[in-house]
Design a protein around this ligand. Sequence first.
Ligand code: AMP
Length: 490
Amino acid sequence: MTEKCGVVGIAFEDRNAARPLYYGLYALQHRGQESAGIVTHDGFQQHSHVEMGLVGDVFDEDDLESLNGSTGIGHVRYPTAGSVDSCCAQPFSVSFKSGSLGLSHNGNLVNAEEIRDELAGLGHAFTSDGDTEVIAHDLARNLLNEDLIRAVKRTMKRIHGSYSLTIMHDETVMGVRDPQGNRPLCIGELDNGYIIASESAAIDTLDGELVRDVRPGELVVLSEDGSGFDSYQLVEGESTAHCFFEHVYFARPDSRIDGKLVYEARRNLGRKLWEENGVETDVVMPVPDSGRAFASGYADAADETTATGEPRAEDDTGVEFAEGLMKNRYVGRTFIMPTQDERERAVRLKLNPITSTVEGKTVTLIDDSIVRGTTSTQLVSLLKDCGAAEVHLRIGAPPIVAPCYMGIDMATREELIASDKTIPEIEDVIGADSLAYLSPESVAEALGALRSDLCMGCVTGEYPYDIEGEPTDREVTRPAIGGQTIQADD
Ligand code: AMP
């Protein structure tokens, strides 16, 4: 089951964790809007409040009051295709012989079924069909026989795929990132406490300091008194498989992921787009909000050089950057609309052109990605209806040709416009005067990463994990991950 989510965990010295967790979840709301939850521990018992809905609707004053304890974890969950299911809302919590466990998961395991069958055979009763419960049961089982660090290590060796987890064992809060570091996870210092969160924006919201990213394969254990954390490099991956799409679309632009500010990464991708596929038009405009940073980088680069790479002459005013499309902030993401007809209506509800910035002009429209093609098709025809002379579309990522098995809801292969069409064919369907994307290599370069350190399954159709029926890209030379190693015994 695909889980594109946000996770958080906090340990304080002497204050309740519930409210900071709530603010942290607010900062991560873009990572999931289906359900929200917090589990805390007061030293004696767990307190839990998990419901379907947005963070602001799920918790009221009384709920936050009742979530006692100075340590806790939280979760926001993304609506996955077809399943609006309260049994999959998180954090998942369970009590067993050696204590209580709470678990928040972002990512997707590729061998959950196998482990579930095995554990079910051993008498474990499952209440959901999600991966998270599989991890919780496996960990609970290991904890019956060994200490926390060994138990987590054993579970990490067993589960394959993508996972950034915040875990609570009694009052101990931990963070774990899969050995390939597919989903983001970082550590921050707070006033009298520490936090682990999917994105650094959650740390900023609490006036905290980003300490660093959790390393791939690392377990971070927050001290119960909020005074620090211990690090255990439990599994050494062969290479990383950071999701490039976090930088392109999913993460907040003000977050810092794996050492890079997402906003800058997007501006660099925009610059690259100009350098490789620039077209001289009267105006450059973003699809708000997803294309904004890309368009700003693109327009900046276009001010410096012409589309053929020559420095601009002094009397050449370059291109104009304009906000030609206004967004209605009260409309949800188009992906929440279940039918194509509703999705098309939603685009029009969401974005309205400012005619004077468009009329009679040649326009370059910039967005981060094309999935089904609904947004771009609608916007090109909208701009043309408003009198645009030409509409050129520039996209800051490669064509999305295959599904994501690692945690991002990307539609099925059949629904993806680029899965069976060439770029000229897509250009035709969308009705743009020209269309250009970035190549996977250019994306890696703009992100300052090695191509082999990124998961690009959705744009290459080859995955850094073993997925039934799909080819792998692991034959690509993947250098070993560096960094210090603190081994827990086997
Ligand atoms: P589409 O209209 O189907 O081509 O989707 C493209 C638009 O959706 C772009 O404006 C993207 O910013 C946005 N988008 C890209 N990926 C996703 C995703 N996984 N979930 C929701 N929206 C997305």
